[in-house]
Design a protein around this ligand. Structure first.
Ligand SMILES: *[C@@H]1O[C@H](CO)[C@@H](O)[C@H](O)[C@H]1NC(C)=O
Ligand SMILES: *[C@@H]1O[C@H](CO)[C@@H](O)[C@H](O)[C@H]1NC(C)=O
Ligand SMILES: *[C@@H]1O[C@H](CO)[C@@H](O)[C@H](O)[C@H]1NC(C)=O
Ligand SMILES: *[C@@H]1O[C@H](CO)[C@@H](O)[C@H](O)[C@H]1NC(C)=O
Ligand SMILES: *[C@@H]1O[C@H](CO)[C@@H](O)[C@H](O)[C@H]1NC(C)=O
Ligand SMILES: *[C@@H]1O[C@H](CO)[C@@H](O)[C@H](O)[C@H]1NC(C)=O
Ligand SMILES: *[C@@H]1O[C@H](CO)[C@@H](O)[C@H](O)[C@H]1NC(C)=O
Ligand SMILES: *[C@@H]1O[C@H](CO)[C@@H](O)[C@H](O)[C@H]1NC(C)=O
Ligand SMILES: *[C@@H]1O[C@H](CO)[C@@H](O)[C@H](O)[C@H]1NC(C)=O
Ligand SMILES: *[C@@H]1O[C@H](CO)[C@@H](O)[C@H](O)[C@H]1NC(C)=O
Ligand SMILES: *[C@@H]1O[C@H](CO)[C@@H](O)[C@H](O)[C@H]1NC(C)=O
Length: 325
């Protein structure tokens, strides 16, 4: 019986004596905020006693070293410490090791290796304008400024996201901008006409895996287009005492036509089929009109217009009063 007792207690005692040491810092992760600071974070254990962390960094490809210290904070599940220029430079490989220390001793993390180019995070690009180009349909042109805090000799990858003002669903396109390019513009095509879009951009240096934050959002509206066709229908009423027939005309944007434009108004004209000389014409901004026609067959036409042009003409034949409907 004695030997079993001995085997049981040995690991138990080891555990008890180790329990007082801090937990080994795990999952070290570093981000280089370009030319601002190198910030490393890690998961500390749930420490019950006062714990200090010393982050040991080698830089200049391992030739030099510096430390950064921070205290345990029970409220956060990630602890962090930052290093600053001029010892943090654009092109460098460094190592990071985190030591956790309390009254009972020190525990070291694994040594981690960081290539600063691969963890550089730039500032977001600044959007200068979002505008249509005169005469180019269903396109807006976005101009922006390359972030100042981005590696000068790196090509930047961009994601542009856009949505119509009334939609919550973002769509996105990716593109790359050569570092020698001085004219930062992108033509966003295949959009809806006369629609307001919300645009945002973010970027990342080609070598890096950390995207910038999204830029501020800017809005722009695509060019208007001439209206599409109309759907036209009518309601005939019985003839009045004087023999004239009231006819209600109603119309709306053709079914299936996209929202493309702002319609300024509608032109209506009508005439008896056997005498075009008697053509009457009028304009309205309403989408209905009451006419008083004679007993003969009439032709009635409606067309929408705006500053860019006219829609196709919608025409209806109004049968003569004696005709079977
Ligand atoms: C490691 O840290 C990163 C960055 O904070 C986090 O996204 C990830 O979920 C962590 N992984 C684990 C296993 O804790
Ligand atoms: C590091 O730089 C980033 C970006 O400018 C900033 O948000 C952060 O507060 C900085 N961290 C420290 C500890 O200075
Ligand atoms: C960093 O801390 C270690 C102890 O962990 C110490 O030996 C070393 O001298 C310190 N280095 C600097 C640059 O302070
Ligand atoms: C850590 O805590 C000690 C004691 O509260 C304090 O003197 C020291 O300045 C703290 N160090 C850091 C890096 O916050
Ligand atoms: C820096 O580290 C990367 C991989 O982490 C390696 O490919 C590269 O050769 C290193 N550069 C130098 C100058 O040591
Ligand atoms: C977008 O929303 C505004 C205000 O809610 C509304 O006036 C406008 O007609 C909507 N546009 C479209 C295309 O739905
Ligand atoms: C754009 O790039 C991001 C990140 O690489 C990727 O997740 C996304 O699917 C890409 N989007 C398109 C539309 O290609
Ligand atoms: C964008 O479109 C305009 C007008 O067609 C054209 O002049 C310009 O070169 C285009 N820019 C790009 C980057 O494609
Ligand atoms: C229409 O007017 C023209 C010229 O005023 C005239 O010659 C023609 O006979 C008229 N047609 C009808 C059907 O009244
Ligand atoms: C209707 O409007 C069109 C376009 O503005 C104009 O050319 C036409 O003369 C107007 N017709 C009437 C009857 O007012
Ligand atoms: C047109 O038809 C109506 C009714 O059928 C008739 O009264 C009228 O005289 C005709 N006008 C002409 C110019 O033929």
């Amino acid at each position: 019986m004695m030997w079993t007792w001995g085997l049981w207690t040995f690991p138990l005692l080891c555990k008890l004596s180790l329990a007082a040491l801090p937990a080994k810092p795990e999952n070290i992760s570093c981000v280089y905020y370009y030319r601002k600071n190198l910030t490393c974070t890690w998961s500390p254990g749930k420490e019950t006693s006062y714990t200090q962390y010393r982050v040991k960094r080698t830089y200049s490809y391992g030739r030099k070293s510096e430390n950064c210290t921070t205290n345990s904070s029970t409220s956060e599940n990630r602890a962090s410490c930052s290093f600053f220029p001029p010892r943090v430079t654009n092109v460098d490989n460094c190592t990071i090791e985190v030591e956790a220390q309390n009254a009972d001793g020190v525990i070291k993390s694994d040594v981690t290796y960081w290539n600063l180019d691969a963890i550089a995070k730039t500032e977001p690009p600044g959007i200068l304008s979002v505008k249509p180009v005169l005469g180019i349909k269903r396109m807006i042109q976005i101009k922006w400024k390359r972030p100042e805090l981005a590696p000068v000799s790196s090509d930047l990858k961009y994601t542009l996201r856009f949505r119509t003002v009334n939609s919550t669903r973002w769509m996105e396109v990716n593109f790359t901008d050569d570092c020698s390019n001085t004219d930062q513009t992108y033509n966003l095509t295949g959009l809806q006409a006369f629609t307001e879009y919300v645009i945002a951009l973010r970027c990342v240096a080609e070598e890096s895996r950390f995207w910038s934050a999204w830029s501020q959002e800017e809005m722009g509206t695509t060019e208007e287009e001439a209206p599409y066709g109309l759907d036209l229908w009518r309601i005939l009423r019985p003839a009045e005492a004087d023999g004239r027939r009231p006819v209600w005309l109603l119309w709306k944007k053709a079914r299936g036509a996209p929202v493309l434009e702002k319609t300024l108004g509608y032109s209506i004209w009508y005439f008896p089929e056997n005498n075009t000389n008697l053509t009457e014409a009028m304009n309205t901004t309403n989408r209905q009109l009451e006419l008083h026609l004679g007993g003969e067959t009439y032709s009635v036409s409606v067309m929408a217009y705006n500053s860019l042009g006219k829609s196709q003409v919608a025409t209806l034949r109004i049968p003569a009063i004696h005709e079977k409907q």
